[in-house]
Ligand binder design. Structure first.
Ligand code: ADE
Length: 255
């Protein structure tokens, strides 16, 4: 089934970045997913079409009002249900959540319908979160000027996992972090020319011996992960061969 992604945003044009380019655009063309943006301003209730107001209790900045946001959310949910999504989930993108990982992206990608709520200014009225939001997601411990880029990051990361979106030989199974790679970082890649800037391609890659090439790549993936992200190696049960390689890598990197 086509994945239905809705977005509540004041800046729908920003989403052209994923709708018009690359792999995500191809997925849209192939109906692996569809996108609909909802502008809270179209649901504003007063004559000025206000969507924000000053915070109760004082302080800097403005807060997005509950009424336009919930009216937009309710319209988005209704539309997805009409399109056949049984239970659309509302996702608030916010730095005040646990940063998502590859496993989290894979889980989110199993949902048939998601509606991303993108805040601007100092934030949104807390009662919107309490009454409408199913889950809160952060893309990392830093603050963006609004939820739009975060929602696009999540959509991009999910869409490339959908069946048929990546071409043959581009499979997401071999991506860094993926279960298909035991959560390791990717190995290095090389293409022509064979010698560039005085640097040769590692000879094993020119050998045509696929068993040897696979073994070299596995070692590189383990070594990179050990060097850059040793935390990713913890809590996994490595086979004998990997353990031997990791022991060698540990000894080498101590030198
Ligand atoms: N909105 C602002 N910063 C964010 C972040 N780091 N993750 C998700 N949404 C955000």
């Amino acid at each position: 089934m086509t994945k239905h992604y809705g977005v509540i945003t004041l800046f729908a044009e920003m989403f052209d970045a994923i709708a018009d380019f690359g792999v995500t655009r191809r997925g849209l063309d192939e109906k692996a997913w569809q996108l609909q943006c909802w502008n809270p301003r179209d649901f504003a209730v007063n004559a000025y079409k206000s969507i924000d107001d000053r915070p109760y209790g004082g302080g800097p900045g403005m807060v997005m009002m509950a009424e336009p946001l919930t009216a937009a959310l309710d319209a988005a949910v209704k539309q997805q249900v009409a399109n056949g999504v049984v239970k659309p989930k509302v996702v608030y993108v916010t730095p005040q959540a646990k940063p998502i990982t590859d496993a989290g992206i894979r889980e989110l990608a199993t949902e048939d319908g998601l509606i991303f709520l993108c805040g601007r200014y100092e934030g949104i009225d807390e009662r919107v979160i309490e009454s409408r939001v199913d889950l809160e997601v952060s893309i990392g411990d830093y603050v963006l000027s609004g939820g739009e880029l975060a929602a696009m990051v999540l959509i991009d990361a999910m869409v490339r996992l959908l069946p048929g979106v990546l071409g043959d030989g581009q499979s997401a199974v071999e991506d860094s972090f993926s279960p298909g790679r035991d959560g390791l970082l990717d190995h290095p890649h090389y293409t022509r020319p064979e010698s560039w800037n005085g640097e040769a391609v590692p000879p094993v890659l020119m050998s045509g011996d696929h068993a040897k090439i696979d073994a070299w790549r596995r070692r590189q993936a383990l070594a990179r992960t050990f060097e850059r992200r040793a935390d990713l190696l913890e809590g996994k049960s490595w086979n004998k061969q990997d353990l031997k390689l990791l022991e060698e890598i540990r000894r080498e990197q101590k030198k």
